[in-house]
Design a protein around this ligand. Structure first.
Ligand SMILES: Nc1ncnc2c1ncn2[C@@H]1O[C@H](COP(=O)(O)OP(=O)(O)OP(=O)(O)O)[C@@H](O)[C@H]1O
Ligand SMILES: [Mg+2]
Length: 346
């Protein structure tokens, strides 16, 4: 007589065709009904594929009948993305950055409001971490307001190799941005679900290799996209950028609160546009006020990683990258100090 235990025994011997794990391991069984010798079951496979589905149907039906089933009814479903991720993803696709085995640390760069310097900080912190010898990726997750390609002066586009997107490499950093997939700087007009898919693609369809860390330049504030990025990355570290004005710190604290709610580890605060230093006299003027970074870091019980002056990057002969502080620039030295602190926290 066929019973539940016998069905389970059979599921152990059949593999999901794409995950290469047994149907028991993948928790494929969604529904099981046994009436006399009639077995009806519903199975979730990792992908919809009619040929593989048919093969499984034949194999399973034969094995169940050998175990005592008279007739077998079968329906199919698909595993969710989360389930697939939890199972380590598809081995063919190489190691996904989102798989639990991945060694890549995510560092999201967030702020409470726009224009405080998230993108500038993301780009230059990426470069500084690379100068420390780390393998670094940079994901411009600001889908509507992408700016990383311009800041880094990237003119080429990613290549597609074996159906996977190869990030553009610039100054040793692997970069992906929505800007690479938009024609002539036209605005992005997609809405919620499409955007979510795009972000997913940036993780699953991009061949990042195995960077030590992946910096994410988030869109400003605590809106849907920022939230979406956050929730896709369950174990992200987070850096909050603020300006020195004390009220700016309050706004930024909301971004911090969101990170805390999502159980992200806020590793520090960076205060940008902290002061202007005269090149003639060295005198500092606190153009946007004082104390915001300190206040925010104590509110969030985290460290103030550094304070960056208001200053245009020095140009480098033969390189066009208007947002990059190259080595030798006094601001690059401050980024190096910040990078050292960050790397200790990874
Ligand atoms: N320390 C600085 N000194 C001088 N200019 C700066 C500094 N930081 C940022 N900027 C400039 O300020 C502008 C805003 O910076 P950035 O784009 O990095 O901010 P953001 O927070 O990413 O903005 P958004 O919210 O629009 O994404 C840019 O033109 C940038 O070049
Ligand atoms: Mg930005």
């Amino acid at each position: 007589m066929i019973d539940r235990e016998k069905v389970i025994e059979v599921l152990k011997t059949i593999q999901d065709p794409f995950l290469h794990k047994s149907l028991l391991e993948t928790r494929a069984l969604r529904d099981l009904n046994i009436k006399g010798d009639f077995v009806s079951l519903k199975l979730a496979l990792s992908k919809k594929d009619s040929v593989k589905q048919m093969q499984i149907q034949v194999e399973l039906s034969t094995k169940l009948k050998n175990s005592g089933a008279g007739s077998v009814g079968m329906r199919f479903d698909t595993l969710t993305d989360e389930e697939i991720r939890a199972l380590g993803g598809f081995p063919e696709e190489g190691r996904s950055l989102l798989s639990p085995q991945s060694k890549t640390v995510f560092i999201a760069v967030a702020s409470g409001k726009g224009g405080v310097g998230k993108s500038t900080v993301s780009v230059n912190l990426a470069l500084a971490l690379a100068r420390l010898g780390m393998k670094v990726g940079l994901l411009d997750a600001d889908i509507y307001g992408f700016s990383v390609p311009d800041m880094m002066g990237i003119e080429n586009r990613p290549k597609v190799v074996h159906d996977r997107i190869v990030p553009v490499e610039r100054f040793g950093i692997k970069v992906i941005s929505m800007g690479f997939f938009v024609e002539n700087n036209s605005p992005v007009i997609w809405r919620g679900p499409m955007l979510g898919k795009m972000l997913n693609n940036f993780f699953t369809d991009v061949d990042w290799g195995e960077p030590d860390c992946l910096l994410l330049d988030l869109p400003p504030g605590t809106g849907d996209i920022a939230m979406d990025v956050h929730s896709k990355l369950p174990h992200s570290k987070e850096i909050i950028v603020t300006t020195p004005h004390p009220t700016a710190a309050f706004v930024a604290a909301r971004a911090g609160a969101m990170a805390v709610k999502l159980e992200h580890d806020v590793i520090g605060v960076i205060e940008n546009m902290s002061y202007f230093e005269s090149r003639l006299t060295g005198e500092r003027e606190y153009v946007f006020g004082k104390g915001g970074g300190k206040k925010l870091s104590s509110l969030l019980k985290t460290e103030l990683l550094g304070q960056l002056p208001l200053r245009q990057p020095l140009a480098r002969e033969g390189e066009f990258a208007p947002g990059v502080y190259f080595e030798g620039d006094p601001v690059a030295r401050i980024y190096d100090e910040i990078a050292k602190k960050v790397s200790k926290k990874l």
